[in-house]
Design a protein around this ligand. Structure first.
Ligand code: HEM
Length: 265
């Protein structure tokens, strides 16, 4: 091979390599296909997100366990809240919206949203996504996106912090004990309410190793009258104490009670 024909051969090989390489290089191939679609686009855009949020909120409104969150708000405030959630999800999923509401911590602080309430809201959200025919992979990405907000929304009641003491001994959360305290005697009051009125109150207290109630306190108020009735009733309750490793231990309880419109607690 002369040096000139050798050079031609080399140039020809280089041209072929440059043409073929992108087909085998995933990075280059991906760049060629352009950036992947956003979750927002894959879900079907704004209308699908609005439908998911509307269905989610109507499920929350229909569940008596969530009644305390919708009370005392005008229709207009509720609609504004709905719009803020749509905008927020639209923006988080890569859509063209701008969320102008408050951060999650200040807007949920003090509502005492529990882990159980969060889990229940997750199930509702997944059902809403399924109803809108959002596929499994996108559902998972959506829920992972929502779950990032959880630490700012769910609020363990302060006294339940591990190591909190009562009479010098550690108070356990219900989730930490082998046996939860078991109610032996209990009666809830029947507050006087208007015919269509529904109210909820969230209360926290410690069940002592003797099975009595210590320090019942309101976490989320129904009204001063109902709060007092409920706290006074809870003070009289008696339990078989909670147990850990075969020993009676003090356990903190957190419960929400709803009254009115034939609600059963
Ligand atoms: C257990 C679940 C949840 C409950 C019970 C709940 C309850 C509430 C309530 C009662 C408010 C009104 C607060 C106030 O104005 O005083 C609110 C506001 C709001 N929530 Fe939630 N929420 C939950 C989960 C979520 C999730 C998962 C998101 C996001 C996708 C979210 C987004 C918002 C937004 C954007 C606002 C309005 C903030 C503002 O007013 O600027 N919430 N929530």
């Amino acid at each position: 091979m002369s040096s000139l024909s050798g050079l031609r051969w080399l140039v020809a090989r280089a041209v072929v390599l440059v043409a073929v390489l992108p087909l085998f290089s995933p990075v280059l191939a991906q760049e060629k296909a352009g950036p992947s679609k956003t979750l927002y686009a894959r879900m079907g855009g704004y209308d699908v997100i609005a439908a998911v949020v509307d269905d989610f909120l109507s499920q929350l409104a229909a569940d008596p366990a969530f009644r305390r969150f919708g009370q005392g708000r005008s229709q207009n405030t509720l609609v504004k809240g709905r719009q803020l959630i749509v905008d927020q999800i639209c923006q988080l999923s890569g859509g063209p919206c701008l969320y102008i509401g408050r951060d999650m911590k200040p807007s949920h602080g003090g509502l005492a949203i529990t882990d159980a309430e969060w889990e229940s809201s997750e199930k509702k959200m997944i059902a809403s996504l399924q109803k809108s025919k959002v596929g499994e992979v996108d559902r998972q990405e959506f829920m992972a996106m929502i779950n990032k907000l959880k630490p700012d929304i769910v609020e363990p009641p302060a006294p339940q912090a591990p190591g909190a003491t009562y009479d010098g001994s550690r108070v356990y959360a219900e989730s930490e004990v082998d046996k939860s305290p078991l109610l032996v005697t209990h009666e809830l009051p029947k507050p006087n309410l208007r015919p269509s009125q529904v109210v909820s109150v969230t209360v926290s207290w410690v069940v002592t190793v003797e099975g009595s109630v210590h320090d019942p306190s309101i976490v989320a108020s129904a009204s001063p009258e109902v709060d007092v009735l409920v706290v006074e009733a809870i003070r009289t309750w008696r339990y078989a104490p909670g147990e850990k490793d075969g020993k009676a231990v003090p356990v903190r309880i957190l419960r929400t009670y709803t009254f009115g419109s034939g609600t059963k607690n």
